[in-house]
Unconditional design. Structure first.
Length: 94
């Protein structure tokens, strides 16, 4: 019984917010929208300087979103999602 309570507590703090609702996905906030739009625009623009600028905007916006999730995420799942996004975004640039 004690093990079940411990497991339930871990699941609760990992996936639930302060109101007790399970939060895996949320409505995208501004940095995520900016990153998505900049990435899409890159696919249609052939001018290198503009494409490079959009790439930089997308990179910065995605890192901003990820940092917001790490520091202000509603649960540990969202914080971990932000952390892994930071790692993967940086590794993709290397």
């Amino acid at each position: 019984m004690e093990i079940e309570k411990s497991i339930q507590k871990i699941v609760d703090i990992t996936f639930k917010d302060a109101q007790g609702k399970v939060v895996l996905a949320q409505k995208p906030n501004l940095p995520l929208v900016v990153a998505g739009v900049a990435t899409l625009l890159q696919k249609f623009i052939n001018y290198k300087v503009l494409s490079d600028g959009l790439n930089l905007i997308s990179f910065g916006a995605l890192l901003t979103w990820a940092c917001l999730e790490v520091f202000k995420g509603v649960n540990y799942f969202r914080k971990a999602l932000g952390f892994f996004t930071i790692i993967l975004t940086i590794l993709a640039r290397v």
